[in-house]
Design a protein. Structure first.
Length: 671
């Protein structure tokens, strides 16, 4: 009989699971809620904590037919006593039960009659929930039996507060409702005390979106709630058009009021963003649109989700955010629940607030191992409602002749919640850029947007140390070589670079398809150095007009790569101008710095030569480290690794580092 474990149902598969050589206690029983699917020659069992497929013989379903009832009722010990020791049936039963124990699908049977029962919940439904979920049901039940809860709200009789009290009491925990005049009207704080520590979650609403924070200290829950409400309000202000509500625009922003009537009472909202004014108008003064049906239904949903998270934290059960195996959630980063009433929807999102008080909030993920993981983190940081940074997306931009992505930078002013202000760099709020592939364009655009928010050229952002270092060194080398005297440049024979397949493609696109008259020059960065700068300039209108404007440039390890990236940058600039206008901000080209990240884990077919983006990136990745050392030597610095970041990091630098991105102060940390 063989067994496989196709998944753990969102449960951790590490230290809290029994060892593979575990043997069941004679009184073990099947975890409540375990579903069984008979197969032609086996079984598939799945529960909240694990799943297993048992195959190998048509006798397996027959043995299960005899074993299922004793396992579900706790009569395994008596059933085994009726089997002859050493018989094939008993061996098959013991083997099958052993596999269930290995995959965490068994729990201790109830105590025999006359045996003192351990302390636990009186409600059978709560007991079944603990048995189905907990790695150690007796310990979890004892923790809930000694726990005490408190619900804080401005009005303890509000729908949210009363729903939270009901949900906690249904979990078997005594609850004390408490008035807190300092809380916003739509926010409640749920705290459970027991096992030597207190855990708190906050639930509330901002506009039409509700939230539930991750469990933490009371101070952390209050800080997370305040920051989430600020982020959700900002997202609501920026969302949609004003509809029929009057809007006045000026001084860089539009302000809207909504007017209407409910019954015999009229109202006019305070000036706000279009979506906020519309939401307040639909929901009444100071409120949000009410969900369909009972006004308290949405509040009950949030309160129930908050109570669930809190009870799990009190009993040391896995957090509900981990149950769905959601690939968007990042391991190690707390998750918040966001819920909408119309349409009804609730899901979790990785999120760190600007105030990280608890020890588990001071997380710092390792750099992403590949491009896919980097884009997952970008999506988490750029979540439309709670993400503090913009996520570059293709939108409605054309993807030919070069893939394009765009994002909108937050305006200057206070950041989301407590924290330093976002710098006003004077750049346009819309940033558009391109790359050989859309995933590369999204990554490079995100890094450039983060740099602009941090302070433009004072910082360099990358998906890891190598990526950030390569971006910073290329940018510094390009500026230094552009400022060098023309007579000091060593031109490279076109025969050394004109045959590069990527150059031929992008140059034909620029000059033939886009019909742009241009010229390309390639120079060696220094004598005997394997570093080259390529520049694409528009051809002057006539003699005596001097050199034309620069359309694209690049610094790379070979003249062919430099020429190809410069031509690509020129095509991108032309495509951005055509799609977004000449005033659109563009990211500075970073060339092959992203190649190691893009090539990591990617399979390249034998026929993918330099004419294919995958083959080209793999070729670039092989010499990126040596090229960065070359640029270091040319800059007069040693090849030392980037200096570690200082411990106290301002936002958003600290947030980027927590998510595994590298933030360098360009002048110091690339040396």
């Amino acid at each position: 009989m063989t067994g496989t474990n196709p998944g753990t149902g969102g449960r951790a598969s590490g230290d809290d699971r029994p060892p593979l050589d575990a043997r069941p206690h004679p009184g073990d029983r099947l975890r409540p809620g375990t579903a069984v699917t008979p197969l032609r020659a086996g079984l598939h069992l799945r529960g909240r904590r694990g799943s297993v497929t048992l195959e190998g013989s048509t006798a397996v379903p027959v043995v299960w037919g005899l074993l299922e009832e004793p396992l579900r009722t706790g009569g395994l010990a008596q059933f085994r006593e009726g089997l002859e020791p050493g018989s094939s049936v008993r061996t098959a039963v013991d083997t099958l039960v052993g596999r269930l124990a290995e995959h965490d699908l068994l729990v201790p049977a109830p105590p025999a009659a006359g045996t003192p029962a351990p302390t636990g919940p009186a409600d059978p439904a709560v007991a079944r929930w603990i048995d189905a979920t907990a790695a150690h049901p007796a310990d979890a039940a004892a923790a809930l039996a000694t726990a005490r809860a408190e619900v804080l709200a401005r009005d303890p009789a509000s729908p949210a507060a009363t729903a939270a009290v009901r949900a906690l009491e249904a979990g078997g925990v005594p609850v004390t409702p408490t008035r807190d005049p300092g809380l916003p009207v739509d926010r409640v704080l749920l705290t459970v005390r027991g096992a030597g520590r207190d855990r708190t979650v906050a639930a509330g609403r901002s506009g039409s979106t509700g939230y539930v924070t991750a469990p933490g200290s009371a101070a952390q829950a209050r800080a997370d709630a305040a920051a989430l409400e600020a982020r959700l309000a900002h997202a609501a202000d920026a969302d949609g058009e004003a509809g029929a509500a009057p809007t006045v625009r000026g001084a860089g922003r539009g302000r809207t009021v909504a007017a209407g009537r409910s019954g015999s009472t009229g109202y006019v909202t305070a000036p706000a963003g279009p979506a906020r004014a519309r939401a307040e108008g639909e929901g009444g003064q100071g409120g949000a649109p009410q969900p369909h049906g009972t006004p308290g239904a949405f509040a009950a949903l949030l309160a129930g989700a908050a109570a669930h998270r809190l009870l799990c934290a009190a009993a040391a059960l896995p957090d509900p955010a981990a149950e769905g195996d959601d690939p968007r959630l990042l391991p190690g980063i707390p998750a918040v629940l966001l819920a909408d009433a119309r349409p009804a929807r609730a899901d979790h999102h990785s999120w760190l607030g600007p105030r990280r008080i608890d020890a588990d909030r001071h997380v710092r993920l390792a750099p992403p191992a590949d491009l896919t993981e980097a884009l997952r983190r970008i999506a988490a940081l750029g979540e439309p409602r709670c993400g503090p940074l913009p996520e570059p997306l293709p939108g409605d931009l054309p993807q030919l002749p070069v893939p394009l992505a765009t994002c909108t930078l937050p305006g200057p002013g206070p950041g989301p919640g407590p924290g330093p202000a976002i710098r006003d760099t004077g750049t346009p709020r819309t940033l558009t850029g391109g790359a050989p592939r859309l995933d590369l364009a999204r990554l490079e655009l995100f890094c450039r947007a983060a740099e602009l928010l941090l302070g433009d050229d004072a910082f360099t952002v990358g998906a890891g140390p190598g990526h950030a270092r390569g971006r910073a060194l290329r940018h510094a080398a390009a500026r230094r070589l552009a400022a060098a005297a023309p007579d000091g440049r060593t031109a490279v024979d076109p025969a050394r670079w004109s045959g590069h397949p990527q150059l031929r493609h992008w140059w034909k696109t620029l000059t033939d398809r886009l019909d742009i008259a241009a010229r390309l020059e390639v120079h060696r960065a220094a004598p005997r150095a394997h570093a080259y700068r390529a520049v694409v300039r528009r051809t002057p209108a006539g003699p005596g007009h001097g050199p034309g404007p620069v359309l694209g440039e690049a610094v790379e390890a070979t003249p062919g790569d430099a020429a190809a990236f410069a031509a690509l940058a020129a095509v991108t600039a032309a495509a951005v101008t055509a799609a977004a206008g000449p005033s659109a901000a563009r990211p500075r080209p970073s060339g092959g710095a992203v190649a190691p990240l893009a090539a990591a884990g990617a399979r390249t077919a034998a026929w993918e030569d330099l004419g294919w983006s995958g083959g080209w990136l793999a070729d670039l990745a092989g010499r990126e480290e040596a090229f960065q050392d070359t640029l270091h030597r040319l800059s007069g610095a040693g090849p030392a690794a980037p200096a570690p970041a200082p411990a106290p990091a301002p936002e958003p630098a600290g947030l980027l580092r927590s998510f595994g991105f590298t933030v360098l102060r360009t002048a110091e940390e690339t040396r």
